[in-house]
Design a binder for this molecule. Structure first.
Ligand code: NDP
Length: 294
């Protein structure tokens, strides 16, 4: 199968690598050097022009937001062909996805939203969970047949937009959990309980989560703060989740607070920050630091 792949970032680069093991993958990236490296090292084909990615059976986008996806749709609309499938793996906005799907349907192109969860390690190891919004079972099966090379669990979430919706909701759960866990660990520390002990108790009990088991120990005990998922992307996800609540006239105070805290943290930490660095903001709000690095 010929697959076009646009967006070789932290997630897209390894995903396209897995696809190139079985398919003819034509890669395009805004910063061309990344696409050149991908073609050189991973057996994909460098697109001479972005239009080459539309001369394919399936086109995959893995971009920061639906805004960049929309820009790419604008550029490729004259080149897409009836019968193609467009898979948008971006964590995007469901309402934009529905409009995009309509624009592509006008050209005979099917669209599915297929965001992923599982972080960069999941992309590297092809163990991502992928949630798909598809108009039909047939579109879902087509997408699954391609994405099985990138993920372990692939779920049909519902109609177009449902993948993007559940993705931002699940990331909001994660955001609130990271925040709350870091707050409680800071109180434990200030009470005089060793952080290692506080984490051991949390992980042996009902406060256990991905935040307490995986995300915070590395940062708080080993003082390593790697950039794996941009806070800017996480903030974007939680803002989309808030917009869904708003559209449904829902009362969701915890979601609203989480969004406010993440947006404030982004303003404070800047575009280059990783999402778990919100723990540094919590420390700063209490006039302290976790350690000398933050
Ligand atoms: P990155 O910032 O690492 O990569 C973004 C990619 O989009 C790069 O290839 C970048 O190109 C490209 N890009 C950015 N702006 C434009 C533009 N205006 N036009 C064309 N291309 C553009 O992001 P991630 O890979 O981390 O994230 C991608 C998506 O996946 C996001 O929606 C994110 O929320 C989601 N996600 C991320 C996870 C993670 O752990 N990182 C986990 C799950 C989902 P260039 O190389 O030129 O900068």
């Amino acid at each position: 199968m010929r697959i076009g792949f646009i967006g070789l970032g932290a997630m897209g680069f390894p995903m396209a690598r897995h696809l190139a093991k079985e398919h003819e993958v034509i890669v395009w990236n805004r910063t061309r050097e990344k696409a050149e490296r991908h073609a050189r090292e991973h057996g994909s084909h460098l697109a001479d022009d972005i239009a080459d990615t539309a001369n394919t059976d399936v086109l995959i986008t893995m971009l920061p937001t639906s805004r960049e996806v929309d820009e790419i749709v604008d550029r490729l609309l004259p080149y897409v062909k009836p019968g193609m499938l467009w898979i948008d793996a971006t964590s995007g906005d469901p309402s934009v996805s529905k409009a995009t799907a309509q624009r592509l349907a006008g050209k005979g192109v099917a669209f599915v939203d297929a965001p992923v969860t599982g972080a960069t390690v999941g992309a590297e190891n092809a163990t991502l969970t992928i949630m798909i919004g598809a108009k039909s079972e047939a579109d879902f099966e087509r997408a699954r047949d391609v994405l099985r090379l990138c993920g372990k669990t692939i779920i049909h979430a519902g109609d177009i937009g449902a993948g993007h919706a559940i993705k931002v909701l699940t990331n909001s759960i994660m955001g609130a959990t990271v925040w709350m866990t870091a707050e409680c660990l800071l109180i434990a520390k200030q009470y005089g309980i060793d952080l290692k002990t506080a984490l051991a108790v949390t992980n042996a009990g009902s406060g256990r989560s991905n935040a307490s088991e995986n995300l915070l120990p590395m940062r708080l005990l080993e003082h390593k703060w790697p950039l794996v998922f941009k806070l800017a992307h996480h903030d974007k996800d939680i803002r989309i989740a808030s917009s869904l609540a708003h559209a449904q006239h829902a009362s969701t105070p915890m979601l609203a607070l989480t969004q406010q805290l993440f947006t404030a943290s982004l303003h404070q930490l800047g575009e280059g920050a990783d999402y778990v660095e919100v723990a540094k903001v919590i420390a700063a709000m209490n006039g302290t630091k976790w350690d000398e690095s933050g």
